[in-house]
Design a protein around this ligand. Sequence first.
Ligand SMILES: CC(C)(COP(=O)(O)OP(=O)(O)OC[C@H]1O[C@@H](n2cnc3c(N)ncnc32)[C@H](O)[C@@H]1O)[C@@H](O)C(=O)NCCC(=O)NCCS
Ligand SMILES: Nc1ncnc2c1ncn2[C@@H]1O[C@H](COP(=O)(O)OP(=O)(O)OP(=O)(O)O)[C@@H](O)[C@H]1O
Length: 286
Amino acid sequence: MKLRSPTWVGDRANYLARTAVCCLIDEARLTPKPGLVDGRGQGVHHDLSLALMERSAYSLGATFHALARQSWQRPADIALRETIGRLGREGEQHMMQATLGVNTHRGAIWALGLLVSAAAMHAGDSDSDEDEIAQTAALLARLPDSKMPKVFSKGLKACHRWQVPGAREEAQQGFPHVVTQALPQLKRSRQSGANESQARIDALMSIMASLSDTCVLSRAGMVGLETVQNGARAVLLAGGCAHAAGRKVLERLDKRMLALNASPGGAADLLAATLFLDRICQPVSR
Ligand SMILES: CC(C)(COP(=O)(O)OP(=O)(O)OC[C@H]1O[C@@H](n2cnc3c(N)ncnc32)[C@H](O)[C@@H]1O)[C@@H](O)C(=O)NCCC(=O)NCCS
Ligand SMILES: Nc1ncnc2c1ncn2[C@@H]1O[C@H](COP(=O)(O)OP(=O)(O)OP(=O)(O)O)[C@@H](O)[C@H]1O
């Protein structure tokens, strides 16, 4: 473990927090995303807007910063799990104050919060890659947090009703949709000539193609989820967003999802997590 000066640690915590906020903003602005808030409008979310998503993202900078500072080179134990649980819940309150009570980023605070902590736990070790950071985040997610309020959330209801994994399980398994689907797709699309926005939409499709997104299930049931998964697969099979055929399939999926009130909020959170790992694991940022 390397010893670092307090200034270096502070700078690194700032960098991780700024990057997490940036990735939330990049995700929100990325266009066209079916069902979601993007540069065109609200998607199916009548209580959200791009300006609100951006305000919410900026309100989370202090939370991500505190998560990074508190997790710096610490092991994954109950004490750290309870600290980050408290910081995450405080972050949800900041978000709710910034948005006057609208849930803009609950799932994103969970995924990015765990990854910011995990990156800080590894911060002295410049060799850690995306998978190692995701596995460390999973260690944290698997630890019990005795202070967790007993609420039967919409996500939990969907998991019980349809017997599928949700946001908790995705983190506990080491973010498989990020590590084995979205990051490889992002890199493949970039290499095959897609521009950055197209590559990011392709990465979103690769998550939507198999995620049991409780946001979609709560709003549009199993028919909605099957439509989303099949549609996302069809976009990629048609060559992805760099190709006219892929864009056409995406346009049709967008219309179908609006009609079904289906929004892939969980996939959007995991795209922000993908962009975060992609960015912090670039050699230049080490
Ligand atoms: C685990 C969380 C997300 C609650 O999940 P739950 O499924 O019960 O609830 P809820 O419906 O409120 O939110 C789920 C959100 O996760 C996202 N999501 C949905 N499905 C999935 C999925 N399959 N995979 C990943 N994310 C998903 C969506 O954005 C959705 O809105 C979280 O709010 C939580 O419990 N936080 C506690 C604070 C904490 O411990 N934080 C530590 C890290 S900061
Ligand atoms: N660009 C985006 N547009 C919409 N939602 C997003 C976007 N990015 C991420 N999300 C995620 O989607 C979730 C919002 O979904 P949803 O509106 O279904 O939540 P809810 O508050 O549980 O439901 P409802 O609005 O029906 O009360 C947030 O937790 C957020 O993390």
